[in-house]
Design a protein around this ligand. Structure first.
Ligand code: HEM
Ligand SMILES: Nc1nc2c(c(=O)[nH]1)N[C@H]1C(S)=C(S)[C@@H](COP(=O)(O)O)O[C@H]1N2
Ligand SMILES: [Mo]
Length: 550
């Protein structure tokens, strides 16, 4: 089975700090080789059903995975507590536990659509930054009570539960916080998890201990949890402020920094927002035009989720650009008793998992239909906006998910080919990607080429010259046939030194353009030192292949 191949090291991880972690070969890598940010191909994910097997669960790692051990790992609980704690993993495992399914979604889910409007700071998530696993762990409120924390503490001033991970990143440890009130209410099911799908956590998902906060964005669920601090101030982690925020669209990252709005409490994201995606038809799936004139039926399918414990109450499909909507059938496996394992409270007052929806229609419904769109509604009557609103981090995109239908002649047959808005990472395809290519304002390298025509004394290097500059003290890279010396930038790189060092001395065009914002592209120009030329030998080889072709 595809989902179980995990015992071997992927060749892409060799030479990176993660070369000890087995990973599923089909996961789509979104930030080059390292760090590991990956989503499963959408159809493969959906074919697994309600519970995602661990190797196919999406992964979001800001840096290298820390090497931690069950026997030596400790959890410190400190700050405004009457009894500070220092717990071993065995201590934690001996407390009463809860075990139940939770759908995790990265706030960046569907960010590639945002990037097609304008590149954000976020990289290109498709619609697979979502997965559902069974998590087992100790209720956070039990641990907090043991440390002597109680709700009365929140009466006079706010109280935050700050979480710190063991992953040391360029700007310090990954960390964030949630309000103490939320953590102390048993109904919210916040747990410190040590098992996923019946086994100990894997390194990528936070081994040996992580936070699970159902209904929240995945980003708050700190992995490799080493410390919990109760404070009257929010987490002091850089990432708590400079990540996982939705800024108003007029702010790009630079302006946000200039005007100091990263710290504005209005722009933090905690709950997930209502969202839905079409998974069938898949991208590039087709049906023969001749099928439209018989009685055959087609089932459109997809997933939907809501935030904060709200229930998805209906999902609708439009075949006429939102003029009319058809109610789909909703399947909520979370409600099955055999799936809710040990959650304490029954009947379920809060909904923590994705729903699946489907709509069976005759093939002929696709006649004169240009696109299929979907929107979901939650129990607060919230629904998705029709249009996308761009934001600097590219997060929380939940506009109507639209699949276009193209008629294509293939030999003697005509096909209706379905096209999703994007494909994850730098995979080609998607109707939004086409429209990006025709947009001249996104050709961010144009100024650079002007530079090379104005300056006639540009230095030139061959690929072999560049290859020699491949270490921490001397680090060159090639992007779009231009050479950059980024030695001085290594330590300042927001993505850490390792993504650049792994690629030092080589062509990183694909990786660089998949990850970086306009700001990063501007910054790159500072390090420009010359152009790439073919070596004599390469020239001979290319002209020979050319001759051979003739
Ligand atoms: C001089 C060359 C480079 C510059 C100026 C640069 C700049 C930046 C900047 C400004 C960011 C923050 C996000 C953004 O604004 O887009 C970033 C993040 C990042 N960069 Fe680079 N970068 C360079 C080279 C590279 C290379 C060669 C790679 C790997 C092939 C790489 C991988 C990454 C990764 C993985 C992140 C973090 C993404 C995340 O986890 O959010 N960078 N870089
Ligand atoms: N310590 C630590 N915790 C972390 C992260 C991280 O990079 N470091 N990434 C966060 C983000 S942005 C998400 S979406 C979830 C992803 O969890 P997963 O990789 O288990 O799917 O973990 C969160 N917890
Ligand atoms: Mo995330």
């Amino acid at each position: 089975m595809a989902a179980t191949i995990t015992n071997s090291i992927d060749p892409r991880d060799i030479g990176t700090p993660d070369d000890w972690i087995p990973r599923h070969p089909e996961m789509v890598r979104l930030t080059g080789k390292h760090p590991f940010n990956a989503e499963p191909p959408l159809s493969l994910l959906i074919n697994q059903g309600f519970i995602t097997p661990t190797p196919l669960h999406y992964v979001r790692n800001h840096g290298p995975v820390p090497k931690l051990h069950w026997d030596t790992h400790r959890l410190i609980v400190d700050g405004l507590v009457s009894k500070p704690l220092n717990l071993s993993m065995n201590d934690i495992q001996n407390f009463p536990y809860k075990e139940f399914p939770v759908t995790l979604v990265c706030a960046g889910n569907r960010s590639k659509e945002q990037n097609m409007i304008k590149q954000s700071i976020g990289f290109n998530w498709g619609s697979g930054a979502i997965s559902c696993a069974i998590w087992k762990g100790v209720p956070l409120n039990d641990i907090l009570k043991l440390a002597g924390v109680n709700l009365d503490d929140c009466i006079n001033e706010p109280r935050y539960v700050c979480f710190t991970g063991a992953d040391k990143l360029p700007n310090g440890y990954y960390g964030t916080n949630i309000p103490l009130e939320w953590s102390l209410n048993d109904i919210n099911d916040v747990i410190l998890a040590y098992e996923m799908n019946g086994e100990r956590l894997t390194p990528d998902h936070g081994y040996p201990l992580r936070v699970i906060i159902p209904g929240f964005i995945g980003d708050r669920m700190v992995k490799w949890l080493s410390k919990i601090t109760i404070s009257n101030k929010e987490s002091d982690s850089y990432y708590h402020y400079h990540d996982n925020r939705v800024l108003p669209p007029e702010f790009d990252a630079e302006l946000a920094t200039k005007e100091n709005i990263w710290y504005n409490p209005n722009y933090i994201i905690n709950f997930l927002n209502i969202n839905s995606v079409i998974t069938s038809p898949a991208h590039n799936e087709y049906i023969l035009l001749s099928n439209l004139f018989n009685d055959k039926m087609y089932t459109i399918k997809g997933y939907a989720y809501a935030g904060g414990g709200n229930k998805v109450i209906r999902v609708e499909i439009s075949l006429d650009d939102g003029k009319t909507w058809i109610l789909s059938k909703l399947d909520q496996p979370e409600l099955n008793h055999h799936i809710v394992l040990k959650r304490g409270i029954n009947p379920i007052p809060k909904y923590w998992c994705w729903s699946f929806w489907s709509l069976t229609i005759p093939f002929y419904s696709f006649i004169r239909c240009d696109e299929i769109s979907v929107r979901a509604w939650d129990s607060t009557q919230n629904t998705q906006p029709r249009n996308l609103t761009w934001n600097a981090m590219g997060m929380m995109n939940n506009c109507h998910f639209r699949v276009k239908i193209n008629t294509i002649a293939q030999g003697s047959e005509f096909r209706l080919v379905f096209e999703h808005p994007t494909q994850p990472g730098n995979l080609p395809g998607g109707w939004m990607v086409k429209s990006e290519k025709s947009s001249p304002k996104l050709l961010t390298f144009s100024k650079n080429s002007e530079l090379s025509t104005i300056n006639s004394k540009i230095s030139t290097f061959t690929i072999n010259d560049v290859a020699k500059h491949n270490n921490e003290k001397d680090c060159w890279i090639i992007i779009n046939k231009k050479i950059y010396n980024c030695t001085k930038f290594l330590k300042k790189h927001p993505g850490g030194t390792s993504p650049i060092l792994i690629n030092a001395g080589t062509d990183v065009t694909k990786e660089f353009s998949a990850i970086h914002s306009t700001k990063a592209r501007e910054l790159l120009k500072v390090f420009y030192i010359g152009d790439l030329v073919e070596s004599q030998q390469q020239k001979i080889m290319t002209s020979e292949t050319h001759k051979a072709k003739i």
